[in-house]
Design a protein around this ligand. Structure first.
Ligand code: NI
Length: 179
């Protein structure tokens, strides 16, 4: 168990196409998941992708059983480890909402995402996951899976009048915020 350094935007390792995981239920994979959980919780992240700690694998974690102080008004998302994910939009509706990212500390931007998606993949034991979700849950999954194809949310911002510093945009969050 260890808290790993989270890479920040500008690091070329955040721009890679991540490789699929080929072996499940291994010590190495369980250690990686454990480190990612520690690293995400240490900074109140809503999610974390393996490339954010410099690991070139298709693995993301997100959600939790407690409300996140960085996103206090958002619904709970079940704690999930998702390996080799595939995301498919359900319908053609996109919605705008604010996003932040542990690799882009201190900033938030308005990002369009599919309102509803189906995502499939596996957990760390190799058991299949297949969920159809919408709203914040769908947004978190799209954000995290974007990290696996080298995309950070600022690359999806369309209206840069809605991109700025978290403590200016949301002064009420500043006490709970460290990014
Ligand atoms: Ni992110």
């Amino acid at each position: 168990m260890a808290i790993r350094e989270i890479l920040r935007m500008g690091d070329p390792r955040l721009l890679r196409l991540a490789q699929p995981v080929t072996e499940f239920d291994t010590d190495a994979l369980h250690l990686l998941v454990s480190d990612m959980l520690d690293s995400m919780r240490a900074v109140n992240g809503a999610g974390l992708a393996a490339p954010q700690i410099g690991v070139d694998l298709q693995l993301v974690i997100f959600g939790g059983n407690e409300r996140n102080p960085r996103y206090p008004d958002r619904p709970l998302v079940p704690p999930t480890v998702l390996v080799n994910p595939l995301v498919t939009p359900l319908g053609d509706v996109q919605v705008d909402d604010w996003e932040g990212c542990l690799s882009v500390p201190g900033l938030r931007g308005m990002v369009p995402r599919w309102e509803a998606i189906r995502y499939t993949g596996f957990d760390q034991y190799g058991d299949p996951i297949d969920r159809s979700v919408n709203g914040f849950h769908a947004r978190v999954v799209q954000h995290e899976c974007d990290h696996l194809v080298g995309k950070l949310y600022p690359m999806r911002v369309r209206d840069f009048s809605k991109f700025g510093f978290t403590d200016i945009l949301f002064p009420e969050l500043s006490a709970a915020e460290d990014d």
